[in-house]
Structure formats: C-alpha cells, structure tokens
Design a protein around this ligand. Structure first.
Ligand code: DON
Length: 578
C-alpha cells in the first residue's frame, strides 16, 4: 500500500504483472465474487462454510469476534477434524477494543515422561513413532486456550459457543470430496486403531466417502461435557481418564497428571515495524512472529516496490534469500522459551540490516549456517492448521490458528471420547539433522524434553497503522505458513496488491534446508528460468499454504474477508447496514 496513485510505469513491470495474473487461475472475476465478502459490522473468514456460518450466527446473537472465532474453531474441529480439533493445539492472537493484545499459547506439551531419546529404537531413530500412534501426541492445548480466550474477552455464555459443534457431531454432516480424499489417503493408518475405525469407517470396513454422513456421537458427548462443566471435564475429568487409560494400555506416555498440569500460557506478542506499519506476531513457541519480523527487517533494506516493477524474478529472489537466512536461524535458535534461550536480537532491526548485507540481487548466496544476532539486554519477547480470522466493529480482532499437525494427526481416536489426538511431537527435532514431516531440521533448542512445547510455524498476525488494525491473517501449511503470511504482508505493503490477490496469487517458499526454492506451479511457468539463472534450485509445489485474511478499509471502515482459493472455505459477515 505505497502511494495509492502509484502508476506502474515500466513495460517490464506490466508484462510481469500480466503474466503473474494470467498464470494464477484462482484470480478470476467469478472467484473474486465468491471468495471474499464485505460487511460494515463484522467479518469472518475460515476454511469451512459450516464454521463461518456458525461464527456469523454467534455474531448475530450478540457475540463479539472472540465468541465467534471460538465457536467457529469448535465447529471446524467437528467438520474439518483432520486439520484441527480439541485433540490438538492452537495459538490465539486477540486485539481488544482498547488496543491491548493477548497472545494465548495453546500449544501441545510433551508428557512429563518424555525424553530426548524417546524415538530411538536399537540405537537409531524411528521417525514413524513421532508421526503415528501413542507416542506421537502431546497434551492437547486447544480446550485450555479456548477457555482462556473466553474468560478474557468472551461476551456470550461458554456453553452457547458449543451449540453448532455439538449438533454437527451428533446429527452428522455430509462429507465432501476433499474430506473423503484425505480420509482415503490416511485410511491404512487410521484402520489400525479401534476408535478411529469406529468413526471413519462404515459397517463394511470402508472409509466413508463423499456424500456420506459422518456422525461423531462420542465427540458430541465430550463437547457437551466441556460445554457444561468447562475445561476441567477435559483436563481433570472423564476425557483425561479415558485418554490416559488408553495410553497405558497401548504403550503411550500421556497420563492424568500430564493433563491436570496443562494450562494455556499468556505470552507477550512480538512487536515490530515495517515501512510505517506495526506488525503484531506470535512469540515462541511459535517461530512465526520472530521470523516474520526478522524477514521484514531484512527486506526493509530493499525498495521492493520498485524492484518488483522492474522484475518479478528479482522480487522473488530477494524474498527467498531473506527466507533462507531466517530459516537457518530457526533451525538453530528456536524452541520453547521455557527451555531454550531464544535470542531477542533476532528481531532487532540492526540484525535485519546485517543480514540484508549478505544478500546479492544478482545471484544466490549460500547460507551455510545460522547467524549470530547481537546480545541485547532488552528482551523484546518479554515486551510484548487452520486459520480463523474474525473482526468486529467493536474493535476486537482475532487471529486464531489451530492444528492437530498433519492430516488426522496421530490417527488415534481414543475410544469413548471421539477425540482425535494430534501428532505434534513430530514438530520437535526428534534427532539432530533428522527432518520432520515438513522437512524441517532443528537443534538442541527444539529437542524433545519433558513438559516442553514443540516449535511451531503457526503465525497468527495482526497489522496496524497508527494503532488501528488494517488487516489480520494466518495460514496452514507447516513452514509454508511463514512464507504465506510474509508474502501477503509484503504484497499489500510493498506491491500495493489487493488483499484478495495478496492471498490468491501464486506463492513461493524456501526453508533453508533442503536448499530448494519451491514455486507454485503457475508461478514456476513464468519465473523458473530467471530464478535458475540466479542459481536457485527450483522445485514445483502443487499448493503452498492456505491463508485467511480480514482487511478493513481505513477510510470506509468496511471489512473484507478473504479465504484462500486453494480450499473451499467461506468468508461472510452479518448483513450490511442499509
Ligand atoms: O505448528 C506447526 O508448525 C505445524 N504443526 C503446523 C501444521 C500444518 O500447518 C499442517 N499443514 N500442512
């Protein structure tokens, strides 16, 4: 959003822009009509129509954006349960009408019995154990985080937030093609567990198909218990008892004490500035807020708007080089702040400037290892996979990213509870140099330890100008969350793109290791050659992360909600005033 009267002068830039647009199928007028919504009252954008409808109903019943976001994520846990749910975790970033921020860390926590070598068998690491089965799960943090958010900012009674989720679980909902395909792809692993067989397979032992109705009666009962008795039903009551009994019988570690000792934590957000905007990001154990701030600090040294006008290849190259430097730092420095000393200097502007000096616009610069941020005495952190975005005209903004990690998490539904457990333990570095499901490597800072929270890339983010929120966003997609959020911010601020294009146009990603620049297919068609000439090794991605955004026009106050055209989500708000 540079000078809005900016004329795009050079022929090269117009050509690049047209190529980019033509190659990005989601950005058609037809899509535009359906994939974004406007309202002057409030706005919701989620990855599923039923969840958005829930949130709009809650807003219309007098709830605020926090109530709406919580009800939406509860519904998502039922109708989009392969992505998130009460068996998983989340980060919730809330901006209140008085301008305060709450960063609620509902990240899973390793069992008190966990050890750095827990995935070693006969001297070598077994990478399957952190992904599937009883050892893959941490204590789910979602319910505690939802309760914390409701206590801090909710307006409606807690049990009202659960109504739709319970109904969808009890009465069932129709499985769509996307759900059925994911279920099919994970059926072999899900079938190993009795509780999962009961939920996801029909009487003939076949996974439910598109058009079938999925009823989750046990999950409905668990949700109803939490709605009535609060989070204790989950952490100290029947749910904790059932999960620890199952763990004990199946070689897992989580026990009642692990559940009883879990509490969501209030963290201090990462605050940074980028070309006059204030960026509020999520602090460790998320790596998102730190690295988005770090990358923006690095990129501030370049006039990206002009660079892009001259050459979209140069733009992609510069952002990629900044991503590489940040992800090299991520692999070394980042971990649960209770266990690892994450250097506050990572988000210092002086460190960003130093990193920028290592970047050449001409060609790839090898990044052999992490950098060394200055030791600073001011602790910036202390000042401070599905994404739900909600904002209301009272002034609440909620950016909530929730996950059970990879599709269907650990693949274990605990019998009698309906709870599908996460496989978030795989987000730890289970052994030095051994990549996780997303190809990420890590160090001691993110090794497994008892009661530690695994490092995350989830990046709920709110962007303000002069203290007023302009847009909020977040994404799913493992490490691609960081590049998706970063790119949307840069596209709006540096390239003056519409919020819809900032989300919809093809993305790219680099995470230092492996040393590949990933391009979404349609971008690869246009940019591959130029980037290869600079020395990048290109790999094609069918789809980068999935992001949702809410934008508020600073002049009219109208909210626009955008969901990612890479999925079938929905953006909607209460009916506009006449
Ligand atoms: O917290 C994280 O970084 C991951 N567990 C997020 C997982 C995710 O986004 C799944 N999407 N591909």
């Amino acid at each position: 959003m540079r000078d809005s009267n900016n004329v795009r002068q050079s022929i090269a830039s117009v050509f690049a822009w047209l190529c980019w647009l033509m190659c990005s199928s989601p950005s058609t007028a037809e899509d535009f009509k359906y994939r974004q919504a406007e309202s002057d009252k409030a706005m919701v954008a989620t990855g599923h129509a039923l969840a958005t409808d829930t949130a709009v109903r809650v807003l219309e019943a007098g709830g605020n954006a926090v109530d709406a976001a919580l009800s939406a994520v509860l519904t998502l846990g039922v109708v989009d349960g392969y992505n998130s749910g009460i068996g998983g975790g989340c980060f919730i970033l809330i901006r209140t009408p008085s301008g305060e921020f709450h960063a609620i860390d509902g990240r899973e926590m390793a069992s008190r019995h966990a050890t750095p070598k827990m995935y070693y068998q006969d001297g070598s690491v077994n990478t399957r154990l952190s992904k599937t089965g009883p050892l893959a799960s941490g204590v789910p943090g979602a319910v505690s985080a939802y309760a914390t958010a409701a206590q801090l900012c909710g307006q409606l009674p807690w049990n009202q937030l659960f109504q739709d989720a319970i109904r969808h679980a009890q009465e069932g909902f129709t499985i769509d093609e996307g759900y059925a395909l994911k279920l099919q792809s994970k059926a072999r692993q899900l079938k190993k567990y009795a509780g999962s067989r009961d939920v996801y397979f029909n009487a003939d032992g076949k996974p439910w198909r598109s058009g079938d109705r999925l009823v989750q009666a046990d999950l409905a009962r668990t949700l109803a218990g939490i709605a009535k008795e609060g989070a204790d039903f989950f952490y100290r009551g029947p749910t904790a008892t059932a999960i620890s009994a199952w763990m004990q019988a199946n070689g897992g570690m989580l026990d009642r004490e692990d559940f009883a000792s879990y509490a969501a934590r209030l963290r201090v957000p990462v605050l940074s500035r980028y070309r006059g905007y204030e960026i509020v990001g999520f602090p460790p154990p998320s790596s998102g807020g730190v690295h988005i701030a770090q990358i923006l600090n690095t990129l501030e040294a370049f006039d990206l708007g002009s660079v892009y006008q001259q050459s979209s290849v140069d733009y992609v190259h510069l952002v990629t080089e900044a991503l590489k430097l940040a992800f090299a730092d991520r692999a070394y420095w980042l971990g649960d702040p209770e266990f690892a000393e994450v250097p506050p200097g990572l988000v210092d502007t002086s460190y960003g400037k130093k990193l920028a000096e290592q970047i050449s616009i001409e060609k790839v610069s090898p990044v052999l290892s992490h950098g060394t941020p200055a030791v600073t005495s001011t602790d910036r952190f202390d000042r401070h996979t599905t994404h739900v975005a909600v904002a209301d005209s009272e002034g609440y903004w909620v950016a909530l990213t929730a996950t059970i990690n990879t599709w269907f998490g650990s693949k274990v539904v605990v019998p009698g509870t309906g709870v599908l457990l996460n496989n978030e333990m795989d987000d730890f570095s289970i052994s030095p140099g051994v990549p996780n499901a997303f190809g990420l490597v890590g160090s001691k800072a993110n090794q497994v330890e008892a009661k530690k929270r695994p490092l995350s890339s989830m990046s709920p983010t709110i962007v303000l100008q002069d203290g007023r929120p302009v847009f909020s966003l977040g994404a799913a997609g493992g490490p691609r969350i960081i590049s998706s959020v970063l790119l949307a911010i840069s596209r709006i601020i540096d390239l003056d793109m519409t919020p819809y294009d900032a989300i919809a146009l093809p993305r790219f990603h680099h995470q230092w290791s492996p040393d590949f620049l990933y391009l979404e297919k349609s971008a690869a068609a246009v940019l591959r050659q130029g980037l290869e000439t600079k020395g990048h090794q290109i790999r094609e991605l069918s789809s980068a992360g999935v992001a949702q955004m809410i934008f508020r026009d600073p002049l009219t106050g109208i909210f626009t909600g955008i969901y990612d055209p890479r999925i079938n989500g929905k953006a909607s708000g209460p009916v506009r005033s006449p």
